[in-house]
Write a protein that binds this ligand. Structure first.
Ligand code: PLP
Length: 451
């Protein structure tokens, strides 16, 4: 009863993100009462295994006792204070903790608010750096095709997925787009590293031609998550680092989705053994509790802004809730859990169990690819396996799998024709097997001929 009342009330007043609200005439809205571990519970006594970590934010499960306690402790001391002219222990500790996890050259932490705002701030920081250095012509950015960096005007400008961008194109800043090194398009007779090298030639030519006008290249290391979980080899990042250094361009690593262990290492760029100039972090940073984001950067960038006030070289970017102490305490607890639970090490076993559990889908007549990097596994459904012809997007095949999941206690939220599995790290092997069974059924439902 409460369930249906809440649904009615919600649909009267709440406008939901990334949603055609009319869809809810047919697709259920689900009010969630509580969560524990990988499970979410609604008001009708149904439970859902959160197979997508609530949009990739949840790391150590819902209502995690350790993170809860850390927040409670902080709440009894200080809920918030501005970060200009004032500071607090949770922010200082978090900055230290994050810096200690990154390469030596990363020495400064600038707090922002959410993923998109950290990308906006990273773009401003890079541009402003070059202005302060007297390189006035540097105003453009390079990004990969199929990239997603957020949906504020700045971050959407450097994104390249039509679904999110096309409608707003005329109010966005122009960005130079280079074809993604995505393995999906790799020829069978070459390795992923060779494919990355071949694809890098396009980036190299673009950088060579435009470097005088370019502030930075921005990439999502190893996985283009919102870009249908397409994946590429770390070799591309190695080559990109070399070229950015050679041509005096910043390398911005958008680790918002892949940071905090998703790719199998703490950060995706680690697999290429490189140091980006700017690193954007958010999502998993608070274990999925609260909005918070940071930009990590180098002394070189910091010092370009460090000057007499009158020169007006300071970096001007601020959010009211910058480094909120409660969010920082959740983040510090999350980082502590990574250490005490040996999460990165333990995820190796979970990740190979995920691989085994989904292996049989490779033979499915409508699956063209089952790909995986660390704790992210994706299944691409196609109309024709031989020539990989995609289903028409208007058929909305993914929604059929989504509805099958809901009926069977699994929350998945496909990206078009791509189903993916990106669970909180507290998932058990038994739960992985359960999700894989439901997802396999979901693929069958979604690819049924009659429908
Ligand atoms: C790689 C990447 N960058 C930026 C963002 C934007 O983050 P937010 O949704 O917190 O604005 C996302 C969100 O999915 C993302 O995946």
């Amino acid at each position: 009863m409460k369930h249906s009342k809440l649904v009615k009330k919600d649909l009267k007043v709440v406008w939901h993100p990334c949603t055609q609200m009319k869809d809810h005439e047919k697709i259920p809205m689900i009010p969630i009462k509580s969560g524990k571990g990988v499970w979410l519970y609604d008001y009708d006594d149904n439970k859902y295994l959160d197979a997508i970590s609530s949009w990739w934010v949840n790391i150590f499960g819902h209502s995690n006792t350790f993170i809860n306690n850390s927040i409670k402790k902080q709440l009894s001391k200080l809920e918030h204070v501005l970060l200009a002219g004032f500071t607090h222990e949770p922010a200082i500790n978090l900055a230290e903790n994050l810096i200690s996890l990154t390469p030596k050259k990363i020495t400064k932490c600038f707090f922002t608010d959410n993923g998109s705002s950290s990308v906006d701030a990273a773009m401003k920081m890079s541009y402003h750096y070059w202005q302060n250095k007297g390189k006035r012509s540097k105003k453009s950015f390079i990004a990969l095709s199929n990239s997603y960096h957020g949906e504020t005007l700045g971050s959407l400008s450097v994104s390249n997925i039509d679904l999110y961008k096309k409608t707003y194109e005329s109010i966005l800043k122009d960005t130079i787009i280079v074809e993604s090194p995505d393995n999906y398009n790799k020829k069978d007779n070459i390795s992923e590293a060779q494919h990355a090298e071949l694809m890098f030639d396009k980036m190299h030519q673009t950088i060579k031609k435009n470097h005088k006008n370019v502030c930075a290249v921005i990439v999502e290391p190893l996985i283009q998550c919102a870009g249908y979980m397409r994946m590429y080899h770390p070799r591309y990042l190695e080559l990109l680092r070399e070229a950015c250094t050679k041509y005096n361009i910043h390398l911005i690593a958008d680790e918002i989705a892949v940071g905090f262990g998703r790719t199998g290492t703490m950060f995706g760029f680690e697999q290429a053994k490189i140091t980006p100039d700017i690193i954007c972090l958010s999502k998993g940073i608070t274990g999925g509790y609260m909005t918070l984001s940071t930009i990590l950067t180098t002394d070189d960038i910091y010092e370009a802004f460090y000057d007499e006030y009158e020169k007006l070289n300071a970096f001007l970017h601020s959010h009211s809730y910058t480094a909120n102490p409660i969010a920082c305490s959740a983040a510090n607890a999350t980082l502590e859990l990574f250490k005490t639970k040996k999460t990165i090490e333990k995820n190796k076993a979970l990740s190979s169990y995920m691989e085994k559990s989904f292996e049989s889908l490779k033979d499915h007549p409508h699956v063209s690819d089952v790909r995986q990097t660390g704790m992210v596994l994706a299944i691409e459904m196609v109309k024709n396996k031989k020539n990989r012809r995609a289903y028409n997007w208007k058929e909305r095949r993914g929604i059929r799998a989504y509805l099958h999941g809901l009926k069977n206690n699994v929350l998945m939220r496909p990206l078009g024709n791509v189903l993916y599995f990106m669970p909180p790290y507290v998932i058990s092997k038994k739960e992985i097997s359960f999700v894989s069974e439901i997802m396999k059924e979901g693929v069958n439902e979604a690819t049924k001929k009659s429908s």
